[in-house]
Design a protein around this ligand. Structure first.
Ligand code: ATP
Ligand code: MG
Ligand code: FE
Length: 347
């Protein structure tokens, strides 16, 4: 099936055409475009919701036309339209969802309201056709840090979440403390390569406690104290922070691997922080020690994009899960609350 995917939940405006019959990544992603608003938000050191929503309004409609042009297709060629319906900044989510509804109505196509987190969660299957359910998923992004069993579309069991900051948030706050600007994750990773990860003694919150959940607030405070102390090179702080954060993730993922249901086919990592090479390396070693492959999408599919939304839409469409046009945008929408799609509701 051919699916038009639309993403606008944070500060990336994105559109993609997905062909679910494709057998390779390039065949599956027929066309995609992403416009990042990084420049618009940089002066503020973080995403400003009002600016984001306005930018989505300006960029989205022409982008959809352009991506259909790239694909050499028209709206009429699509089998369905998939738009992010949450969670995220509500103004931006509404722009994408309303656009999706309008196109669905105009072209008489089914609408699929996609949970952005499901986009991240299923993106590894877009990248790797050999990845089968069930798998253990580490979902690490700007707003989330969770470990879930993914048994199928809409079938998520959450084993762990964060009790304070998300992992991406910890990277972004560390970047801010080090004056690296916004967005912070990639900048911290780059700087960490120049530093000594053993130079600064930082805490590993909850490591060794047997706790399944995450906590990064204490680590962030320790980074702030280390910077204020003024004795360490920034690169050493960045490297030490990244190593402490990875140690926490590995500890909790090891516990989850022990607690997961039998039959997991892979350890999978997705979400923006999954683009981090050091994290991927450590997870690969952990997965191997449990006799599992590590599956991680290419970095460009880890951060926000519309291909993953189109793909989640394609998986839903194949099962007959479509949504009515009065479906609402949801600023908060836990993934494990995704279990009851409206089956074959039509448009
Ligand atoms: P959510 O998906 O939870 O709603 P989001 O959509 O804002 O949040 P993503 O786009 O999935 O988040 O991920 C962005 C996050 O990933 C940011 O916090 C960013 O700093 C982080 N990130 C991106 N690349 C890297 C990297 N190479 N190393 C560490 N963190 C990274
Ligand atoms: Mg972004
Ligand atoms: Fe995201």
């Amino acid at each position: 099936a051919l699916i038009l995917g639309i993403e606008s939940s944070c500060d990336e405006t994105a559109a993609a055409v997905i062909d679910s019959n494709g057998t390779t990544l390039t065949a599956r992603i027929v066309a995609q475009r992403i416009a990042s608003q990084d420049e618009a938000h940089r002066p503020y050191g973080g995403v400003v919701p009002e600016i984001a929503a306005r930018a989505h309004v300006e960029v989205l409609a022409p982008m959809i036309e352009a991506v259909l042009g790239d694909a050499g297709m028209s709206l009429g060629d699509m089998d369905a339209i998939a738009a992010t319906a949450g969670p995220g900044l509500i103004g931006g989510v509404m722009v994408g969802l309303v656009t999706g509804k309008a196109l669905a109505m105009a072209a008489d196509k089914p609408l699929i309201a996609v949970n952005h987190l499901e986009g991240h969660a299923l993106s590894p299957r877009l990248a790797d056709p050999a990845l089968h359910y069930p798998y253990l998923l580490l979902l690490v992004s700007g707003g989330h840090c969770q470990i879930l069993e993914v048994a199928g579309v809409g079938q998520y069991r959450r084993l762990a979440t964060t009790i304070d900051d998300a992992l991406g948030e910890a990277f972004d706050k560390t970047a801010k403390i080090l004056g690296l600007g916004y967005p912070g994750g990639p900048a911290v990773e780059r700087m960490a390569r120049e530093g000594d990860a053993r130079a600064v003694r930082l805490p590993r919150p909850l490591v060794g406690s047997g706790e399944v959940h995450f906590s990064f607030a204490g680590l962030k405070s320790a980074v702030m104290r280390a910077k204020d102390a003024g004795v360490h090179a920034d690169a050493d702080i960045a490297a030490s922070f990244q190593q402490a954060a990875i140690d926490c993730v590995i500890d909790r993922t090891r516990i989850a691997l022990g607690a997961a249901s039998a039959g997991m086919t892979a350890l999978v990592v997705a979400g923006g922080v999954a683009a981090n090479a050091a994290l991927r390396g450590s997870l690969e070693t952990l997965a191997g020690s449990h006799g599992l492959p590590l599956v991680a999408p290419p970095p460009k599919l880890c951060t926000d994009n519309a291909a993953m939304i189109g793909w989640a839409g394609a998986e839903r469409f194949a099962l007959g899960y479509v949504d009515a046009l009065d479906v609402v945008a949801r600023p908060r929408w836990p993934l494990d609350d995704n279990a009851a799609p409206v089956r074959g509701a039509g448009v």
